[in-house]
Design a protein around this ligand. Sequence first.
Ligand code: HMG
Ligand code: MG
Length: 304
Amino acid sequence: MSTPQRVKICEVGPRDGLQNENVTVPADVKVRYIDLLSESGLQMIEATSFVSPKAIPQLADSAEVFRAIQKRPGVRYVVLCPNLRGLERAREAGADSIAVFTAASETFTKRNINMTIDESLRVFGKVIHEARAGGMWVRGYISTAFGCPYEGVVPIERVVQVTNALFELGCDEISIGDTIGVGVPTQVDALIPRLAQSVPLDRIALHFHDTRGTALANVHAALQHGVAIFDSSAGGLGGCPYAPGASGNLGTEDLLYMLHGMEIETGVDLANVRAASRFIAGALNHAPTSKTFLALEASSASTA
Ligand code: HMG
Ligand code: MG
């Protein structure tokens, strides 16, 4: 399997990033952040979530935000839907692409969406069916694929089972999540060939959190197996409130720096992503964690 020449990036900062901030960013600031990201050449941006506002108060303004963002042609704006109610709200706001989300471990699934994995597959079966009947594009997430904050080791067979189930339910793309950033490249080496037996590789995305600094090593391993879709967040914002210790997603700037250095195309302009990170940092109470972002900021400060 040769390394892909082109990679698609799913930018998750506005959703996975902002859902985990302890300040709630005003809707107009979220809109500007997403509009800035849209200018960078990204093909896919996860804009927000239509989940219970009690579960994620930070994204309670999802309808207002989704309606207000500029929908740039060629960019897919994805929103998370945990149930039929979420799908209805997403539709009303004008979304045409959704993501459903379950996990490979029971305790996390229960804490995150208050369902067993089987229940979640039943609920998402209906959501996916309705969404596709209405012409929507559907992404499926499998969290805790490399380890669970409550159960520890997660068997590969469980990840494969849940992936197959979501794929059979009709997902267009499946994103395999290292929710708490515990994965290492040998796990990627073991998992991807197993998944590729039942799901076409061009439908598999990987979603790494960089909690222990292994995200780029994992991306590199996945590239060797031909995976060509990766999730990341501008500035490295991110986490999951139901996954203790799930700090930031892999930073989009870090991913771009490595891919471009390897002469792998993304169509994404790093400077524009950096501008979006700089903008959103002004609304948060901490600096972005992306190493490339920080290095570029430091070098432009020293030459200013
Ligand atoms: P529940 O409490 O079992 O369900 O929550 P419920 O039906 O009893 O609803 C509770 C309340 O929420 C009710 O309101 C519902 O009406 C309302 P009340 O009567 O108490 O006033 N409600 C809703 N409101 C708006 N939109 C909806 C909706 N549904 C119910 N769609 C539920 C179950 C699934 C709703 C809840 O647990 C939930 O919303 N969970 C979402 C949690 C979440 O968003 N987690 C983060 C995303 S996953 C992630 O980050 C991982 C990922 O990045 C990949 C990785 O890193 O691995 C994707
Ligand atoms: Mg995540």
